[in-house]
Write a protein that binds this ligand. Structure first.
Ligand code: ASP
Length: 453
């Protein structure tokens, strides 16, 4: 059995949904189908998930939200009409959305998730209805019944291990199963969603649960490229990545696949194939265990370059820091107690930098942290640096090739880019550079030129 996931642009209108169904029907092994909510039909359009967020926000502000509700219903109605479906499905979707809008708003996070999940849920119902209307043995799968059980972290849920055995039962069904992506249910029965783009995660979980022979992830590009095509013109397509390479690139801003989608398939060694709904004949890009990388791939020291803004650095210095047992633990404990998650901690002899996502920045919290560091850890100096970016070059091949770091640093210096940090060694497959956010784009371009042009 193959698990096959389609992103929002593949479900944006009736024409796209027909392509999706043709792709599913072209291979009898494609039986577990994960769908996103309808995405953008063109660059000016709005994704249904964003329409739903707007609807939830308007309703939470106790304003009249009939226009926002109509915008969502209209999207589904026009798709259903173009697919030649009867009114029954639209009545069902309208009732479902109205019920969600009228539910309790006591917990805004819970309310938001209930509304966001409607995008995928109704998309799955629509696709199942269409396949049935053309005489196929298809069914909508309710994640509650199937056992997609998630942690109760609204908007940022994680799968609970007990889901896997329950979801494994889907392998016994003989229909084409249409499973809504992006959400599941908490142990107390509340709807909870993953973070944005989370239908990829649903696909990964299902592929692992049914031990799929392949996880096909259909989007709107022919391949994954060595760099973001919005930053570099016509970047080289990369036919194959290892899980580790893809994970690092997703972390540093590659938007191809959700950062958490690979964890479940990594455990089982299931191959992921990224493909294009608009060009299904193209082979796409494979994501495989590192032992399965082919010789061609190993020739590249670097297979991908990515950059992500949105970081800040907390620099701490203390004379003779290196002699003090437990300094690092105490420093991180201060952050832990303040609820701050850290990303990296490059260090010197008498100094250490803690790199943090700047979404955690809060003036009052950081004032308290800094005071605590001076008072309890008796540090000499603490400074904060904002507007930082992380640039990464990634490649399994760099373990065996000499001079990759030197080439990268040289390329960056040639482009007049000041390096605030270099982090290599802890990961075998990547080198990380800290630069000012304003230099992120130029860094990717300079590194691309060095390794690919
Ligand atoms: N529809 C959701 C989003 O836009 C989830 C997804 O598409 O994967 O984030």
């Amino acid at each position: 059995m193959k698990v096959i996931k389609f992103g929002g642009s593949s479900l944006a209108d009736a024409n796209q949904i027909k392509k999706v169904c043709d792709i599913v029907l072209a291979d009898p092994a494609r039986r577990l189908v994960v769908v996103s909510a309808p995405g953008k039909r063109n660059s000016e359009d709005t994704k249904v998930t964003d329409l739903l967020i707007k609807l939830a926000e308007t309703s939470l502000a106790d304003k009249n939200c009939s226009t926002e509700l109509k915008a969502v219903v209209d999207r589904y109605a026009s798709i259903a009409e173009d697919l030649g479906l009867d009114n029954e499905i639209i009545d069902e979707i309208t009732k479902d959305l109205t019920k969600r809008v009228n539910s309790s708003k006591k917990n805004p996070g819970k309310y938001m998730d209930l509304l966001k999940a409607a995008g995928e849920d109704n998309s799955a119902k629509l696709v199942a209805a269409y396949l049935k209307s053309i005489g196929k043995n298809a069914e909508y799968i309710d994640p509650a019944v199937a056992g997609m059980i998630l942690s109760d972290e609204f908007g940022n849920a994680q799968v609970l291990p007990k889901s896997y055995n329950k979801l494994a039962r889907l392998a016994k069904k003989d229909s084409i199963m249409i499973f809504p992506g992006f959400f599941g249910y908490s142990e107390t029965g509340e709807v909870v969603t993953f973070s944005r783009g989370g239908s990829d995660v649903t696909g990964g979980i299902l592929a692992a649960a049914v031990n799929a022979e392949l996880y096909e992830n259909f989007t709107d590009v022919d391949s994954v490229y060595a760099a973001n095509p919005n930053i570099v013109d016509n970047p080289t397509p990369i036919p194959m990545f290892s899980y580790e390479e893809m994970r690092e690139l997703s972390y540093a801003g590659f938007s191809v696949l959700h950062e958490e989608a690979l964890a479940p398939v990594f455990q089982k060694g299931i191959t992921v194939n990224i493909k294009n709904t608009n060009n299904p004949a193209a082979p796409g890009t494979l994501i495989v265990p590192s032992y399965a990388l082919n010789e061609e791939h190993k020739k590249f020291p670097v297979v991908g370059i990515a950059a992500d803004k949105g970081f800040m650095t907390l620099h701490v210095s203390k004379y003779m820091m290196n002699r003090e047992i437990g300094f690092g633990r105490k420093l991180l404990q201060v952050l832990e107690e303040a609820g701050i998650s850290y990303e990296h901690t490059p260090s010197g002899i008498d100094s250490i930098s803690v790199i943090i996502r700047d979404k955690y920045y809060d003036e009052a919290i950081f004032d308290k942290i800094i005071k605590q560091l001076y008072a309890e850890l008796e540090v000499d100096k603490v400074t904060l640096e904002f507007d930082q970016a992380i640039v990464m070059i990634v490649g399994n091949g760099m373990t065996h090739s000499i001079g990759t770091a030197a080439r990268a640093a040289f390329a960056l210096s040639n482009a007049n880019i000041n390096l605030n940090m270099i982090n290599q060694g802890s990961s075998e497959v990547s080198i990380m550079f800290g630069v000012d956010a304003k230099d992120a784009k130029a860094s990717v371009q300079a590194l691309y030129k060095e390794f690919f042009a």
